[in-house]
Design a protein around this ligand. Structure first.
Ligand SMILES: Cc1cc2nc3c(=O)[nH]c(=O)nc-3n(C[C@H](O)[C@H](O)[C@H](O)COP(=O)(O)OP(=O)(O)OC[C@H]3O[C@@H](n4cnc5c(N)ncnc54)[C@H](O)[C@@H]3O)c2cc1C
Length: 336
């Protein structure tokens, strides 16, 4: 049994705390923004677990790791919704839908009847779509609270303060973009979102719309609340959402489901996704200032909720047996 400090209570840190305390390790989880933290990229997510939709060329590891991660979600999260993902396109953007179909797996083509049967709110306005039946979704903050409560019940100590070096055997650094003090190639990819309440609209699953300029999605949360997102801007700016971005996002949502015109805006915000230049997640074996093992888990980009369970499992395997998952667990020679 190891004494483990985990730094950061976002998606990455919560899964590490949950799995490692479940394995009997003595875990302490630190975050000055709270445990769980809402003031971070994880607090701004939509909650899609889109292992296939996220697996476009260049993101194959998101698909492969995501498929393994889904099995862990199924095993441990009772509130996981496994209703798939529906992707549609307006008739003028069908070419983009065909491209998306060609570069992703795990879908079936659906026509107007199947689309309106899956999501009656879309009525008969879309003739072409893709249904990814094995994808899922969650409500991010509900999941964060659930896993951190479970971790605490398993013995994890929660400390709402910034981490400072202790005598822990291993430190797992899940600070997101704050880890740039060591991981110099990390960058932010800004995402903005609008969350609305609309009792008149029901969706059973995330609906994504392919679009050459503004691909966007709607994720249904509980009580007819919907997360509408999102931009992907090369920027570290964590400031509030801009008028232009939310106007575009809301106009696209309203075009997808006109009844959303009556939705009440609950809030709109923005944050930045911690990302490496290749947008692939990494587990990097470094050390603390006093020379203890420090494992960085970072670069979760657009897939932080999807991938955190499998990254936690890979980290646990490394701590317990020294196993290094190829291409994911990497030595630290200062190049990151
Ligand atoms: C708009 C938007 C929508 C998204 N939608 C999805 C989605 O649908 N599905 C999906 O899978 N992913 C989604 N993502 C991506 C996902 O949110 C990120 O990949 C993920 O949140 C990154 O998690 P993290 O734990 O690595 O970092 P963060 O969530 O940024 O957490 C890092 C934490 O470290 C803490 N910290 C920093 N310094 C210290 C310190 N010294 N001591 C202790 N703690 C410290 C911070 O306070 C923070 O709470 C979305 C992102 C955005 C912005």
């Amino acid at each position: 049994m190891a004494k483990i400090d985990i730094i950061g209570a976002g998606a990455a840190g919560m899964w590490q705390a949950f799995l490692l305390s479940r394995l009997g390790h003595k875990v302490t989880l630190y975050d000055p923004a709270g445990t769980p933290s809402q003031n971070c990229a994880s607090g701004c997510a939509g909650g899609m677990l889109g292992s296939y939709c996220e697996g476009e060329p260049g993101h194959e590891e998101a698909r492969d790791l995501g498929l393994e991660a889904m099995e862990i979600w199924k095993e441990h999260y009772p509130y996981l919704k496994l209703n798939g993902t529906l992707v549609v396109a307006s008739p003028r953007d069908v070419a983009d839908l065909q491209r998306f179909a060609a570069v992703t797996q795990g879908h079936t083509r659906v026509g107007v009847d199947e689309i309106s049967a899956l999501e009656p709110a879309l009525e008969d306005r879309f003739r072409d779509g893709l249904f990814y039946k094995d994808e899922g979704h969650i409500e991010p903050f509900v999941a964060l609270e659930y896993f951190i409560k479970e971790a605490a019940a398993q013995g994890t100590k929660l400390v709402a303060e910034a981490w400072e070096e202790t005598n822990a055997d291993v430190v797992i650094d899940c600070r997101g973009l704050a880890a740039r003090d060591h991981l110099k190639t990390l960058r932010g990819v800004r995402g903005e979102r609008v969350v609305v309440d609309c009792p008149g609209v029901t969706l059973s699953r995330p609906v994504r719309m392919t679009h050459p300029r503004i691909p966007f999605y709607i994720v249904p949360w509980s009580d007819h609340q919907f997360m509408i997102g999102t931009t992907a801007i090369e920027s570290d700016d964590r400031g509030p959402a801009t008028l232009r971005s939310v106007t575009e996002i809301m106009a696209a949502a309203y075009a997808l489901i006109p009844a959303l015109g009556e939705a009440r805006i609950a809030f709109m915000d923005a944050d930045v996704r911690p990302s490496f230049p290749d947008n692939a997640p990494k587990i990097i074996l470094g050390e603390t200032p006093s020379g203890r093992p420090r494992i960085y888990v970072n670069g979760l980009f657009r897939h932080g909720f999807l991938l955190s369970p499998i990254l936690a499992k890979i980290t646990a395997d490394y701590i317990e047996s020294g196993a290094k998952a190829p291409g994911v667990v990497l030595e630290d020679h200062g190049e990151w």
